[in-house]
Design a binder for this molecule. Structure first.
Ligand SMILES: *Cc1c(COP(=O)(O)O)cnc(C)c1O
Length: 382
């Protein structure tokens, strides 16, 4: 088994057998000629399978140390497919601090279809266990959480799920497979928004599921083909290309982020900083035990917790661009309360710490001196 960087560059990407092209070709085709009815080369129709997508799916499975990888047209489409494996009456326990779109998918779409979601703070595993009943089918977590950067103990959640014979699923978007591999820690399912660090260049929307279980994988392939939320070959090519530098990019994201976090922590106009790499982070030890490094995402609150100050800072930066999304090579800043997490009611939001003055940073791979200088001048404006 190769190490990560080698897998990122080579897994799934066989040189093209027809021409020797080293890059996986963009098979821009919807269909494939058959020699006789039903006699084909493994590809019949591109919703079912496309060679460019197939290469990417094999690569993704290898990066997460899973048997099966499935690519979807977005991260939410991947979650949608996973949720369609459940039936009305089934219950899912979810961490209370999660991506706003995931919360919306749970509460506005699948609740109406009969699934029941219970949200809970997962700092102590007993809080999760107390919600398990005969209808519980899955525990869903994000770690680090978005945007509060809480760390949930994946091993503890997985063990709990095994004990009760239910599934555990981890949204691994914030870490990417380079920093954290939930399947190795006992989780059943990993979901990614590929849009973020995996693609890494802010030019694609895509999602994925990686897992080991044959039966669940077959159900998911059936849903992928039957419902059809698949990415096109051009996007799969871009993601394969992006993945080739995932390990190099992530190293720089992490190196930059710890320096930015330390700068913010020592800044007189900053109240609190949320970054799992800081030893002051309440879950730092768990982060050390399950992550290889701490990623490029940081949240912080300006002193006095005033929304005007937060808005001033994020509109005064020159390198950090004000935008939703994260994980690209360029640094972004955002205001969760009005942007990524606006779909969550204020009361619910604030319960998990997403106050109006919270600022979220996606630290890119620019020169860190410039990033710190940029934040410094923006903080001077308040
Ligand atoms: C962006 C994101 C998603 C949704 O992915 P899309 O590709 O935008 O559909 C899910 N989870 C997390 C943590 C995200 O950041």
């Amino acid at each position: 088994m190769s190490k990560f960087g080698t897998k990122a560059i080579h897994a799934g990407a066989e040189p093209d057998s027809a021409t020797g092209a080293i890059m996986t070709p963009i098979y821009q085709t919807s269909t494939y000629i058959q020699n006789a009815p039903g006699e084909h080369k493994g590809y019949e129709y591109s919703r079912t399978l496309n060679p460019t997508r197939h290469a990417l799916e094999k690569n993704l499975a290898a990066l997460e140390n899973g048997n099966y990888g499935l690519a979807f047209s977005s991260g939410l489409a991947a979650m949608d497919a996973l949720l369609k494996t459940f039936k009305p009456g089934d219950e899912i326990i979810s961490s209370n601090d999660l991506y706003g779109g995931s919360y919306r998918l749970f509460t506005k779409i699948f609740s109406d279809l009969g699934l029941k979601f219970r949200f809970v703070e997962m700092d102590e595993i007993s809080k999760v266990e107390s919600l398990i009943n005969a209808y519980t089918k899955m525990i869903w977590i994000e770690t680090p959480t978005n945007p509060m950067m809480n760390i949930i103990d994946i091993k503890a959640v997985s063990n709990l799920a095994i004990k009760h014979n239910i599934l555990s699923a981890v949204d691994n978007t914030f870490s990417s497979p380079y920093l954290q591999n939930p399947l190795d820690l006992g989780a059943d399912v990993v979901v990614h928004s590929i849009t973020k660090f995996i693609a890494g260049h802010s030019d694609v929307v895509m999602g994925a599921i990686v897992l080991n279980d044959d039966t669940l994988a077959n159900k998911l392939y059936f849903i992928q083909n039957s419902c059809g939320a698949v990415p096109g070959p051009q996007d799969c090519f871009l993601v394969l290309r992006g993945i080739k530098t995932l390990h190099v990019r992530m190293d720089r994201h992490c190196q930059n982020a710890i320096q930015v976090a330390s700068f913010l922590k020592n800044h007189p106009k900053v109240e609190s900083v949320f970054y799992p790499g800081l030893s002051s982070h309440p879950n730092h030890e768990v982060a050390v035990s399950q992550m290889n490094d701490f990623g490029g995402m940081i949240s912080f609150i300006t002193k006095g917790n005033r929304i005007e100050d937060a808005k001033k800072v994020i509109t005064s930066t020159k390198i950090f661009s004000l935008a939703e999304s994260l994980g690209g090579v360029e640094s972004l800043c955002g205001h969760p309360a009005t942007m990524t997490h606006a779909a969550i009611p204020k009361e619910e939001r604030e319960k998990s710490g997403v106050v109006d003055a919270l600022i979220r940073l996606s630290v890119g791979i620019e020169d860190v001196e410039d990033l710190i200088e940029d934040l410094s001048q923006a903080l001077e404006k308040i």
